[in-house]
Design a protein around this ligand. Structure first.
Ligand code: ZN
Ligand code: ZN
Length: 453
């Protein structure tokens, strides 16, 4: 049974009138059941300022582990609310802690990085930024995944929860995480003591906006919302030689072609039918001239699965096929293919079922059942998965908030082209009501999980 908001027992709590000074003189007495009304009024009051922050962040995206200005903005905002703020956690991450009496610790996470995409939305606040990536290369950049809305939503939730601190009791941990797009930031923050230097969460929450879901709608998955991703690199090594004398060489181009063909049999012949799995060879590079048999060919693969055992099966099959195909071609033992699973990998994201049911019930009460629906899992991946995989495990829940431009969404619903998805240079994320829903859902979740008793 989902536990519905408002929290019990019913009673009266104080509603602060200041923006960040709950319990101040002049606070009005309102029923505890009016928490939704109080939060909604607070969100409405904050909206213009939050929209301005969103436009600023959108026009000034930064790439993975380069989120210096974004992190500084988050730190300044959280400090202004009285949170204990620590910067440079896991490289460019920011942690803000608000201790508000006894009770559970709830972590809210927003990712900060943009993507190396040249924006083509034509919006007045569109990005024209050209910035350096981690490798020092100049790249056009865009918040094509909506992480600017996540950061703004986190700031909004912190403002609302600081102002409404009389309505909840516990500890709030606000996390601005770097480098989600290369699935490295969560690990970096956890390795840098996110769960040991700061209060360890009883619950970890996040949301992700979608440019193809109707703005303001909430979607949730009771199970695995995001697949795991493994990035695999293969170096197919041969013995180079003259193109006219293949008998003196071991041709890695032919070998790579045979390996790529054999890889197609993993999902179709080895994985149990009905089990989702993806093996995609995304790049192939080898050779310099038509009459030269090269020494090696390089392949880059992305793998997706919803089950770590299946992912392990995919990787093991790739290793076996590479070694076996090369051996069958007579490649010497010391020139067999090198298969590497790169760090750009993330485990499957698994929402805690009890937490999903509890908060989905809260969201239905707050936003109406028609705006809160069960969604299908995505073969995208999220490093938010890492927050729930520590020992002992922390229950996590990431939900989706629609951000699609209403005009384009309505046209798509009438059979027109679908609204451009996240990562598209034409992806449009509308602030209203996306930000209102984001901030209110985060605040509602904290009020539910850390009630004042
Ligand atoms: Zn993304
Ligand atoms: Zn994203």
């Amino acid at each position: 049974m989902p536990r519905l908001f408002p929290y019990s027992p019913a009673g009266w709590v104080r509603l602060a009138v200041g923006l960040a000074c709950a319990g101040s003189a002049g606070a009005a007495e309102v029923p505890a059941g009016d928490a939704k009304a109080a939060v909604t009024a607070r969100v409405d009051a904050e909206f213009p300022a939050l929209e301005a922050i969103f436009h600023h962040l959108h026009a000034n995206p930064e790439l993975s582990f380069q989120e210096f200005e974004t992190a500084a903005l988050v730190a300044k905002e959280l400090r202004a609310l009285g949170l204990e703020v620590t910067e440079k956690v896991g490289n460019t991450g920011v942690v803000g802690v608000l201790r508000n009496g006894p009770g559970p610790t709830v972590l809210l996470r927003a990712d900060m990085d943009g993507l190396p995409v040249k924006e083509r939305t034509g919006l007045p606040w569109a990005s024209r930024a050209v910035v350096r990536d981690l490798a020092g290369r100049e790249q056009p950049a865009m918040h094509a995944c909506g992480h600017d809305l996540h950061v703004t939503g986190l700031i909004g939730a912190a403002r609302v929860l600081a102002a409404e601190r009389s309505r909840w009791s516990g500890t709030l941990v606000c996390v601005a995480q770097p480098a989600e797009e290369i699935v490295a930031g969560a690990r970096a923050m956890l390795r840098d003591g996110l769960y040991t230097r700061f209060p360890r969460p009883d619950f970890a929450l996040a949301l992700h906006v979608s440019s193809s879901r109707q703005a303001g709608e909430i979607g949730y998955v009771d199970g695995t919302p995001y697949a795991s991703v493994s990035s695999v690199d293969i170096v197919v090594r041969g013995v180079g030689g003259h193109g006219s004398q293949p008998h003196t060489a071991k041709d890695p181009i032919l070998l790579a072609a045979q390996i790529i063909t054999a890889l197609q049999g993993i999902v179709s012949r080895e994985v149990k039918p009905g089990t989702p799995a993806v093996v995609t060879v995304g790049t192939i590079q080898g050779g310099t001239k038509r009459n030269i048999i090269p020494d090696e060919v390089r392949l880059e693969l992305t793998l997706r699965s919803f089950d770590q055992k299946v992912m392990a099966q995919l990787v093991a099959a790739i290793r076996r096929i590479c070694a076996g195909t090369a051996a069958a071609a007579g490649v010497p033992e010391d020139r067999l293919p090198v298969v590497t699973v790169s760090p750009e990998s993330a485990p499957v994201t698994t929402n805690d079922s009890a937490l999903v049911q509890r908060l989905a019930g809260v969201f239905r009460t707050w936003f109406g059942p028609e705006r809160v629906t069960a969604a299908s899992p995505s073969t995208g991946a999220e490093d938010f998965a890492e927050y729930g995989r520590t020992q002992p495990a922390v229950p996590i829940f990431i939900w989706s908030v629609g951000a699609a431009d209403p005009v384009r969404y309505a046209a798509a619903a009438r059979g027109g082209p679908s609204a451009p998805a996240n990562h598209s240079p034409e992806a449009v994320f509308v602030a209203d009501p996306t930000l209102r829903t984001s901030v209110a859902s985060l605040a509602a979740a904290v009020l539910e999980l850390a009630p004042r008793r």
